[in-house]
Structure formats: structure tokens, C-alpha cells
Design a protein around this ligand. Structure first.
Ligand code: FES
Length: 77
């Protein structure tokens, strides 16, 4: 959660933070994010911006995961 966020999609009220959350929760493509959040499901004007936020977030995530190859599989048991 950040103090800075902006609306990506005014029709559905989806913020960039909501898109990031969807990706952190497992979405790995623009299509999946759109299905999960409803972003760009109405007028479609926000599609370019939404795609850009998805792309940037996926790139950030790949960088942070480079140091931890299997974060989801890891188990202390
Ligand atoms: S602004 Fe996103 S669908 Fe209209």
C-alpha cells in the first residue's frame, strides 16, 4: 500500500495500486489483470495506461524475483 496512487480507469475506479495488487496476487498478463480488476472493461480509453502499468509492474517484479527464484514454493517445513 502506498500513499501515492492514481486512477488508471475512471469508469471502474481502478487505481495503479489496484493493478499492482492484482499482479502481486498472481496475475501475470494484462488480460488477467483486466479480468481480475475490471480495468478497461467499459469505455476502453484507459487501456494504454493500464497496459503500461501492468508492464512496469511485471518488470519490477521480475527484477525483485531474480534474487529469489522460487518465492512461492519456499517452505520452512
Ligand atoms: S476509463 Fe477505463 S474503461 Fe473507461
Amino acid at each position: 500500500m502506498g500513499y501515492h496512487f492514481m486512477y488508471v480507469c475512471l469508469c471502474t475506479g481502478v487505481t495503479d495500486g489496484k493493478i499492482r495488487d492484482a499482479i502481486y496476487e498472481g496475475c501475470c498478463s494484462y488480460r488477467e489483470v483486466r479480468e481480475a480488476t475490471g480495468v478497461a472493461s467499459q469505455c476502453g480509453k484507459c487501456a494504454c495506461l493500464a497496459k503500461q502499468v501492468v508492464r512496469e509492474t511485471l518488470a519490477d517484479l521480475q527484477l525483485s524475483q531474480a534474487a529469489i527464484p522460487y518465492p512461492v514454493e519456499f517452505s520452512a517445513a
